[in-house]
Design a protein around this ligand. Structure first.
Ligand code: ATP
Length: 258
C-alpha cells in the first residue's frame, strides 16, 4: 500500500529532521513508530497526511507517487490518508458542533454533495465510535469529555473512509480506561474495514497490543525495524535498548501515580 524510500525533510538550512527514511506498509497492516522526543515521528505523519512536504525521496501510495504530485490531485488523495492527533482539546474547533466538525471533513474533501447523504455518513461515523448521534450531533466540544472528544476526532478521520490512518499519540492524554477503549475502537476499525494504521507512540504495552511491526526512529533515521515482539524482547541497536529502558521507567512511574 505504501512504499517510502529515502525521504528527507529539513526546516530551514540547519535543521535536518528526516534523513534517509525508508519503510513500507501492507494493506490493513498496523505499524508502530517509536523514538525519542524530536526524532521526527510526527513529521513523517504530517508528510503522509499532506500537512508538510518532503524535500526529497519517493512516497508511493497504491503505486501513485505523492511527491511532486499536483496539489489538486494530492488533495483528492487526502481522503485516503487521515490523521488523528494527540490533543483532543486543541484538535477540534470550539465554535463548531459535532455535526459541523465531522461534516467539515466531508466538505473540504468534496466527498458528498447531498446534505442528506452527508448526514447519513456523519451518523454512521458516530455510531462506529460508539457515540449516539441523537445525543451528540448538536453538542460543542466543551460539552464533551476528553474521551468523547477523541472519539469525535476519530469519527472525523473515518467519515472519509480512509485506507490509512496516522495516529499521532492519540492516547497520551487519556486515562488508562479511555486508552483501552480507544485502542479497542481502532482495532475494530482495522478488523471491520481493513484500515491500516501508523501508530506514533511512547507506550510499549500499546505497541504490544496493537502493532504488528515497529519502526525505531532516532534523530531522523530509522535505526531498527522488525516484528513488535522481536524489537521489544530482543532489541539489537543500542538506541532501541536505551529507548525501551527509558519508556519502561516512564511507564512504571505512571503506574505509581495511578
Ligand atoms: N514547523 C517547524 N519548524 C521548525 N522546526 C520544526 C517544525 N516542526 C518540527 N520541527 C522540529 O523538527 C524536529 C522533529 O519534530 P517532530 O514533531 O517530528 O518530532 P517527534 O518525534 O514527533 O517528537 P515528539 O515525540 O516530542 O512529539 C524537532 O526538533 C522539532 O523542533
Amino acid at each position: 500500500m505504501l512504499e517510502i524510500t529515502t525521504i528527507e525533510k529539513s526546516y530551514g538550512k540547519e535543521v535536518q529532521v528526516l534523513k534517509n527514511v525508508s519503510f513500507s506498509l501492507a494493506p490493513s497492516e498496523i505499524i508502530g513508530l517509536i523514538g525519542a522526543s524530536g526524532a521526527g515521528k510526527s513529521t513523517i505523519g504530517r508528510i503522509l497526511a499532506n500537512l508538510e512536504v518532503a524535500d526529497k525521496g519517493s512516497i508511493l501510495f497504491e503505486n501513485q507517487q505523492l511527491i511532486k504530485m499536483s496539489a489538486k490531485k494530492r488533495r483528492q488523495l487526502s481522503k485516503d490518508i487521515q490523521m488523528i492527533f494527540q490533543d483532543p482539546y486543541s484538535a477540534l474547533s470550539s465554535r463548531m458542533t459535532v455535526k459541523e466538525l465531522i461534516e467539515e471533513a466531508l466538505l473540504i474533501l468534496k466527498i458528498e454533495s447531498s446534505k442528506m447523504a452527508r448526514l447519513t455518513l456523519i451518523k454512521e461515523a458516530l455510531k462506529l465510535v460508539s457515540l449516539d448521534p441523537d445525543h451528540y450531533l448538536g453538542r460543542y466540544p466543551h460539552e464533551l469529555s476528553g474521551g468523547e472528544r477523541q472519539r469525535v476526532g476519530v469519527a472525523r478521520a473515518i467519515v472519509c473512509n480512509p485506507k490509512l490512518i496516522v495516529a499521532d499519540e492519540p492516547t497520551s492524554m487519556l486515562d488508562t480506561s479511555l486508552r483501552l477503549e480507544l485502542i479497542a475502537l481502532l482495532k475494530s476499525l482495522n478488523e471491520k474495514k481493513g484500515t491500516a494504521f501508523i501508530f506514533i507512540t511512547h507506550d510499549i504495552a500499546l505497541t504490544q497490543n496493537f502493532c504488528q511491526r515497529l519502526l525505531v526512529l532516532n534523530e531522523g533515521q530509522i535505526v531498527e525495524q522488525g516484528s513488535t515482539e522481536d524489537i521489544i524482547l530482543h532489541p539489537k541497536h543500542d538506541f532501541t535498548k536505551k529507548l525501551l529502558s527509558a519508556l519502561r521507567k516512564l511507564e512504571a512511574r505512571e503506574e505509581v501515580y495511578l
